[in-house]
Design a protein around this ligand. Structure first.
Ligand SMILES: Nc1ncnc2c1ncn2[C@@H]1O[C@H](COP(=O)(O)OP(=O)(O)OP(=O)(O)O)[C@@H](O)[C@H]1O
Ligand SMILES: [Mg+2]
Length: 381
């Protein structure tokens, strides 16, 4: 099953770019003709820029269940290639990262959870993870700005921190985005600690409010440290250092959420929030040539030829079998045409698109490294 880049949009089931053409045309040519050839190695391409040079905060959103946590993990691994240090932050407190990396539940503490493989020319990098929960973030914040270490503990016992983050969702969000912004800017001895931070973010329906922290806290705090904190966070999120990536499968609802989410972020006050790429997840390779798919979708699969093929394979009752097969073929071809339509819709915002294969035998660490390799090969990291 080969997918050639010369195919038309309708013909190519696996195109590396669905939006603007890549700056580096050579990269398109370098993309394998066959799905995921070499994808088990993170050494896809040796020296070249990625699509997100200069981006240090990668926010990953998408419809619930589309693969945000999985793709965020794969992106962190891909970015860690070549000796980089990457922090992966989870903000929904569901221990999804631990699951994806096959680890026991993670504490509110930055921990190394994976290494990117080294190559002959490049050292392996490191992925750290943090499960940021609003209560711990609030305590840390009180400590930092008010030196309230002990008072903070007392407040927790009284349930005040829980109360504060429950009644003020804006505060809750700014504490979580603040944690990511702080990690992006953190330095030691004049050097940045992390080369990149990847956030496994809330789903598309909540991403605008979540990231638009200044307006969310403006009713809460007009001056003072909370306000200053929010302004600093906002500066990072609106800067070219940030990119919000969308994960989608080729189904109508997730695609619609991507289109709505992109429009929402672009339309936010202050010039919008920088939108990144679209990660098309769980893509199944198409086995049939486009011409046959078109025929089958129109219900014109050649039953006679199918029957001859079945007969040659030594099967009996080939006419009935051929009719059943033709019906299945039509169903498959109609579904493939539907996916192609969703792919065209995803091209509308003009963003770079990346294809991530369906890991057929279930996701595991090996699958995660394959997704990371696919992201690297296509220039996402
Ligand atoms: N490329 C893939 N191939 C096979 N399975 C996948 C792939 N990507 C994700 N999955 C599986 O799909 C399920 C949902 O993925 P994941 O948890 O990453 O989605 P999510 O968007 O983070 O979900 P939620 O909204 O619940 O946080 C998981 O079981 C995961 O292992
Ligand atoms: Mg998740």
């Amino acid at each position: 099953m080969a997918f050639r880049h010369g195919d038309t949009a309708a013909d190519s089931a696996l195109r590396p770019v669905c939006g603007r053409p890549r700056g580096d045309a050579g990269r398109l040519a370098g993309y394998p003709d066959t799905w995921c050839a070499g994808a088990d190695s993170l050494e896809g391409v040796s020296t070249r820029d990625t699509d997100w040079e200069g981006v240090r905060l990668h926010v990953v959103t998408g419809k619930g269940g589309a693969g945000k946590t999985t793709v965020a993990g794969a992106l962190a691994l891909a970015l860690a290639f070549g000796g980089k240090r990457v922090l992966l932050i989870e903000v929904e407190g569901r221990q999804g990262i631990a699951q994806v990396f096959d680890r026991p539940p993670l504490p509110y503490e930055e921990r190394k959870i994976a290494v990117a493989p080294e190559s002959a020319t490049r050292p392996g990098g490191e992925v750290y993870a943090l499960v940021a929960d609003p209560e711990s973030a609030l305590l840390e914040y009180l400590e930092m700005f008010y030196n309230l270490r002990h008072a903070g503990k007392a407040l927790t016992r009284l349930g005040v921190t829980d109360f504060a983050t429950t009644i003020a969702p804006g505060l809750r969000d700014v504490l979580l985005t603040g944690k990511a912004a702080e990690a992006v800017r953190r330095k030691k001895g004049g050097r940045l600690i992390y080369d990149a931070v990847v956030m496994d973010a809330p789903p598309t329906g909540r991403i605008g409010r979540f990231l638009n922290v200044t307006s969310e806290v403006s009713g809460l705090a007009r001056v003072g440290p909370v306000r200053n904190h929010a302004d600093t966070v906002q500066k990072v999120i609106h800067s070219p250092q940030t990119a919000v990536h969308f994960v989608s499968t080729l189904e109508e609802m997730p695609v619609q959420e991507v289109l709505d989410g992109v429009a929402e972020l672009r339309g936010l006050p202050g010039g919008g929030i920088p939108v990144g790429g679209i990660m098309i997840n769980m893509v199944r390779p198409e086995e049939l040539p486009p011409a046959e798919l078109r025929l089958a979708a129109a219900g014109s699969a050649d039953e006679h030829e199918l029957a001859l093929g079945l007969k040659a394979a030594g099967l009996d009752d080939t006419r009935r079998l051929a009719a059943d097969l033709a019906a299945e073929l039509t169903e498959h071809a109609v579904a493939a045409a539907g996916q192609e339509q969703q792919r065209r819709r995803l091209a509308e915002p003009g963003l770079p698109c990346y294809q991530l294969p369906m890991i057929a035998d279930g996701m595991d660490l090996g699958g995660l490294y394959r997704l990371a390799a696919a992201l690297r090969e296509q220039g996402a990291a």
